[in-house]
Design a protein around this ligand. Structure first.
Ligand SMILES: *Cc1c(COP(=O)(O)O)cnc(C)c1O
Length: 337
């Protein structure tokens, strides 16, 4: 495995320091900062049997002056607390999780890549009660960890390759009440349909649109974009409420785009992409243009010219400029570490 984040696959290089805290007897322990290492775990731990797990993903950026800034940490903490509650796991304490993330960034400062790289932070919460009979009861013990991973910007330099996406109108990404919960089980559920579509249609990702209503892909939100107009699904419990999605919509409104948030169908999407743009949003990918949509009948639909569209590029650059400190930020989204 390469240790150079410029060439290593996303997430395969980890920074040397992590943070841990444990929950038992109804309270969180003090947290520690320790060298990255395997964690002790009972083989009967709840998470290993009943998937009591949730996680977060966010980034810290090194600016040209060497200062380091984390993006929308408050929102990621709030979402993790919401995920924990939905899985009946002990909720992380807001102030403690904030101190853990900030401390991990600070202690791994030498691992924060220069722009356009970033330090990706991965808070994770697991149920650790040792009881294989607890299938229908929550884990009363838990462990909270924060890992860090230096990552490169694979789409830098305008070299972004437009994505090929399969539109899945039958299988669902996850159980309908867990769409808003950032839990590993949802990824496990999406893996089968995603690999099947990759094999059958040579696509990069799957866009889940059960019953013909467009939701999102396995790990990113979906936006339709054209000059002065963005259409994306309105927030509901069926899909993950991305913080990148929210940031792009706020920014695009500032830039004069009309933002339309509502349910829309595959048919409407195919009409839109005849001369419009489509893109995926998320912390890892920021905003990635879609070039082709493949439908269930195997028919390919080119999105616009098949290349990453100008509005997609413009919005992506605008968000990256805010994160990297080359454009002013007016919404309180960055915090200096
Ligand atoms: C994490 C995630 C996203 C993107 O969320 P961001 O906050 O923008 O990183 C979108 N969809 C799913 C299913 C996710 O797990």
């Amino acid at each position: 495995m390469s240790s150079n984040p410029q060439t290593a696959p996303f997430g395969s290089v980890l920074a040397p320091i992590m943070s841990t805290a444990t929950f038992s007897d109804g309270a969180w322990s003090a947290h520690d900062f320790v060298p990255l290492a395997p964690i002790p775990m009972h083989p009967a731990a709840h998470v290993l049997h009943y998937a009591s797990e949730c996680f977060e993903g966010l980034k810290a950026f090194k600016w040209a002056d060497g200062s380091v800034h984390v993006f929308r940490l408050d929102r990621n903490i709030a979402r993790m607390r919401q995920s924990a509650q939905s899985l009946r796991l002990p909720q992380p304490d807001t102030a403690q999780l904030e101190a853990m993330v900030l401390g991990v960034i600070d202690r791994n400062r030498d691992s924060v890549p220069d722009a356009p790289g970033a330090l990706y932070l991965r808070p994770m919460l697991i149920g650790t009660s040792p009881n294989i009979g607890a299938a229908a009861s929550p884990s009363s013990e838990a462990m909270l960890l924060v890992l860090a991973s230096p990552v490169w910007d694979y789409f830098a330099g305008g070299g972004a390759k437009p994505l090929k996406i399969y539109v899945e109108q039958h299988a669902t990404r996850c159980a309908s009440h867990l769409g808003v919960t950032k839990t590993g089980g949802n990824y496990a559920a999406a893996l089968g349909p995603t690999l099947a579509a990759r094999e059958a249609h040579l696509v990069d990702q799957v866009l889940f649109a059960p019953g013909g209503e467009v939701q999102e892909t396995g790990a990113a939100n979906f936006l339709l974009i054209r000059d002065g107009h963005i259409l994306t699904r309105s927030l509901d419990s069926a899909f993950l409420h991305g913080i990148t999605r929210d940031s792009l919509l706020v920014m695009a409104a500032d830039m004069g785009y009309r933002i339309e948030e509502r349910v829309f169908t595959v048919d409407e999407m195919l009409e839109w992409v005849k001369d419009g743009e489509a893109a995926l949003s998320g912390t890892a990918a920021v905003l990635s243009g879609v070039g082709t949509l493949v439908c269930g009948d195997g028919v390919s639909h080119m999105v616009g010219t098949g290349e990453v569209g100008p509005n997609t590029q413009r919005l992506r650059s605008a968000l990256v400029a805010i994160q990297q400190g080359t454009a002013p930020e007016r919404h309180g989204w960055l915090r200096t570490v």
